[in-house]
Design a protein around this ligand. Structure first.
Ligand SMILES: NC(=O)c1ccc[n+]([C@@H]2O[C@H](COP(=O)([O-])OP(=O)(O)OC[C@H]3O[C@@H](n4cnc5c(N)ncnc54)[C@H](O)[C@@H]3O)[C@@H](O)[C@H]2O)c1
Length: 320
């Protein structure tokens, strides 16, 4: 992960929670200047702490040049208000998934940013065309969906809304590549974009299989890991069919598709978890039992696994 010699550019981030901090770390690792804003002033110190740990680890994994490791602190600036973002060519909005809040942020940005500034939303699911409604210069609004940990993953989805200009899409694509991503650009807007639509279709079926008593959670996970998990980094669904023979899939679809769940309700399995206030490893309450130590171990393993996957991806999938 080396800086590709792009000129220093200022990128604004609004919202310094999990995603904003990760995106900041990624940009700092690639030589950008970051101007970071959050209503909660304590989030700036948290962003520095997060970036320090993330960049230290990138360096340890030999994914960070010594120049980036030295210079990042001077390239991270705290913004006291939205107006401090006015010198940025791009602002990435990372506040929580709440349409009204995001609209409020965009109205504030419309008031203080030059019309040429690109404004990207890291929304996980909200249609970009909806976010563009009522905006000043809506052609500069776009979806930029990052993955976590943002400084390691190659994932980035770029989603044009109905009014997004081609120039905005082109600039964001080039930016994504310069950040070490393999950006997936959608032709048009759709709720949930690509990866979330695929993932939620899979999770819905996983819940159905558990709820209908076919297998327990562990067994569904085991089967998923050892089959789909085995090839999914190398091949997407279409490459996988090419590799293994297309007609068999068409034949299976004929009998199987009518039997897959098409429920539009949030599955009971999920509702029960929400009622129990189960956050997963974050509060050691989830589909599995955790102790504090085992939750920490899962977090640690996930971190190292992501680096290992990145190395595999670099070996087998298109170079970025
Ligand atoms: N969590 C994920 O794995 C993930 C992955 C991809 C995309 N996303 C999307 O990214 C966005 C952010 O998610 P997150 O998990 O980082 O949320 P988060 O709750 O961790 O962080 C949101 C941050 O926004 C700040 N904020 C709230 N109101 C603000 C305002 N008016 N001005 C400035 N800052 C404000 C909060 O103080 C908080 O620090 C959401 O749209 C989410 O759907 C999340």
């Amino acid at each position: 992960m080396k800086n590709k010699g792009t000129a220093l550019k200022r990128v604004g981030i609004v919202g310094l929670g999990l995603m904003g901090q990760g995106i900041a770390a990624c940009l700092l690792a690639h030589g950008d200047e970051v101007v970071a804003f959050d209503v909660d002033a304590s989030k700036h110190a948290a962003t520095i702490k997060h970036a320090a740990a993330a960049l230290r680890e990138l360096e340890k994994q030999k994914l960070l040049g010594a120049d980036m490791a030295k210079s990042w602190k001077n390239r991270l600036h705290a913004a006291a208000s939205m107006s401090d973002l006015a010198s940025c060519w791009l602002v990435i909005e990372c506040v929580k998934e709440d349409l009204a809040l995001k609209r409020e942020i965009f109205a504030q940005l419309d008031a203080v940013m030059p019309k040429k500034t690109i404004i990207a939303s890291n929304t996980s699911s909200l249609p970009i065309s909806l976010l563009q409604e009522g905006r000043v210069a809506p052609g500069r609004y776009i979806g930029m969906h990052w993955g976590e940990p943002a400084q390691i993953m190659r994932y980035l989805e770029i989603i044009p809304g109905e009014k997004t200009s081609n120039a905005t899409v082109k600039a964001c694509l080039a930016f994504g590549v310069a950040c070490g991503k393999e950006p997936a650009v959608l032709k048009h807007d759709i709720r949930g974009f690509l990866s979330n639509r695929l993932m939620y279709a899979m999770i819905r079926e996983a819940c159905y299989l558990v709820e209908s008593g076919v297998a327990d959670v562990e067994t569904v996970d085991q089967s998923f890991r050892n089959d789909i998990g085995w090839w999914a980094l190398l091949a997407g669904p279409f490459r996988w069919m090419d590799l293994t023979g297309i007609p068999a899939y068409a034949a299976v679809m004929e009998g199987l598709l009518p039997e897959l769940t098409t429920s539009t309700e949030v599955p009971m399995t999920m509702q029960r978890m929400v009622k129990r206030k189960a956050l997963g490893i974050a509060n050691q309450k989830g589909f599995y039992k955790y102790t504090k130590a085992s939750a920490e171990q899962w977090e640690k393993d996930w971190g190292q696994f992501t680096y290992d996957m990145r190395k595999l991806a670099e070996r087998y999938t298109p170079k970025v």
